[in-house]
Design a protein around this ligand. Structure first.
Ligand code: F3S
Length: 394
């Protein structure tokens, strides 16, 4: 990779061993994937900042970084393990809280922006079309590439951290036009009934792996695009998708001759039945990825229309970020009146739910992907649409 004189000096250790380590990570990645240069990034999004995912070695590493360096570009961060800046609705153990607070204070010292959300594109830090990014949250990466028309690879924790310190990322993959081309056509047949976009993405993510699909036959709105992307990228490793006539630039791609897949509602519905069980949940959790303003208002309207209050013995969490919660105050009030907890800064997956919530009802196939894994959460999952969850548990 060709480096500028300044980059060469950073690699030689001019700004200390931590910055040098970051340059080594970026140049090693660039060499591995054939990048010709580093490209400046507009922002970085760090994921895995809950103590549940970071663990003690990660916490100590972050503290060492914070003692020596600072982020060079705006760096937003994923949900933490509890509602660190909220009214204390999530109750971690004192040990967990102490470790989580150490992570947060190291991040603040490094200069992170306290968004604590997997949907940075719903905040003041939404990137413009054409911006180069180094984002690590997979659902945000796919949204940025597909819906906003920004450019980001799916960064891992070390490469995102390195990009935040250096302010640059290797120019390969999704940063290049050739890395963004559709690879398979997906014809969605909606004539046999409706399907949930979150399940459609999960069903296809399993099949597609890393391949970029070009959807025909659907016209999702922004929240629908968010749902499809979040599960394509969790159940598979899809970094971007196109929807004919919907996503930016879809009209410029030549798709003749590509492999074709066909999907219909019965196939997606059958897959949906495998996502959960029939047990009674102690927690109903909505907002994976974090609710947008539109989603939060929609849930509040559904609750209001049905005139329901939460049944005793069940908690309802609606997870979103600070800014969205602040900007939807009337909807938040309706939800609170109905007995819901509107949760900021964390989510049902990265908070330690423990035995208190051994069965959780969710409307997100991304949350189902993680919560069903014994190694991650080990909760039992009840899966249904938002509307049906409100009907069943309120
Ligand atoms: Fe966001 Fe948590 Fe889901 S970080 S994407 S709400 S698993």
């Amino acid at each position: 990779m060709e480096l500028t004189k300044e980059e060469d000096r950073l690699l030689a250790g001019e700004k200390g061993p931590r910055v040098q380590e970051c340059m080594r990570i970026l140049t090693a990645l660039g060499d591995l994937y054939g990048a010709k240069r580093l490209v400046p990034v507009w922002s970085v999004q760090l994921s895995g900042i809950s103590f549940k995912t970071m663990g003690l070695p990660g916490t100590e590493f972050l503290e060492e970084m914070a003692a020596e360096t600072k982020f060079a570009v705006p760096t937003t961060i994923n949900p933490a393990g509890y509602d660190v800046g909220g009214p204390g609705l999530v109750h971690p153990s004192p040990e967990f809280k102490e470790k989580q607070d150490r992570i947060v204070s190291a991040l603040m010292k490094l200069g992170a922006i306290p968004t604590f959300s997997c949907t940075p594109y719903t905040t003041d830090f939404a990137p413009p079309r054409g911006a180069h990014l180094a984002w690590a949250e997979s659902s945000a990466v796919i949204y940025a590439n597909s819906v906003i028309g920004a450019y980001s690879n799916r960064e891992g924790a070390p490469s995102a951290l390195a990009a935040a310190v250096i302010g640059k990322t290797p120019d390969y993959g999704l940063h290049r036009p050739e890395g963004r081309r559709p690879e398979v056509i997906v014809d969605v047949d909606t004539s046999k009934g409706p399907m949930l976009y979150t399940v459609l993405g999960a069903y296809l993510g399993k099949m597609l792996g890393q391949r970029i699909p070009y959807f025909r036959g659907i016209r999702p709105d922004l929240d629908g695009l968010k749902e499809i992307g979040s599960t394509l990228s969790a159940w598979g490793a899809v970094p971007m998708f196109h929807v004919e006539g919907v996503t930016p630039g879809s009209e410029h791609y030549e798709v003749r001759g590509l492999e074709r897949l066909q999907v219909d509602a019965p196939a997606v519905g059958e897959f949906q039945r495998c996502l959960g069980c029939n047990e009674t949940p102690q927690l109903v959790a909505i907002g994976c990825p974090h609710c947008t303003k539109g989603e939060l208002i929609q849930i509040a309207q559904t609750v209001k229309k049905k005139g329901r209050k939460l049944k005793p013995g069940t908690e309802l969490w609606v997870c979103s970020n600070r800014q969205v919660i602040q900007e939807t105050a009337p909807a938040v009030e309706i939800l609170r009146q109905a007995g819901a907890k509107v949760i900021q800064d964390t989510c049902m997956v990265v908070a330690p739910l423990g035995e208190k919530f051994s069965t959780v009802a969710i409307n997100s196939a991304k949350a189902a992907f993680y919560m069903n894994r014994k190694s991650f959460s080990g909760q039992k999952v009840v899966f249904d649409s938002t509307e049906n969850l409100v009907d069943r548990y309120l």
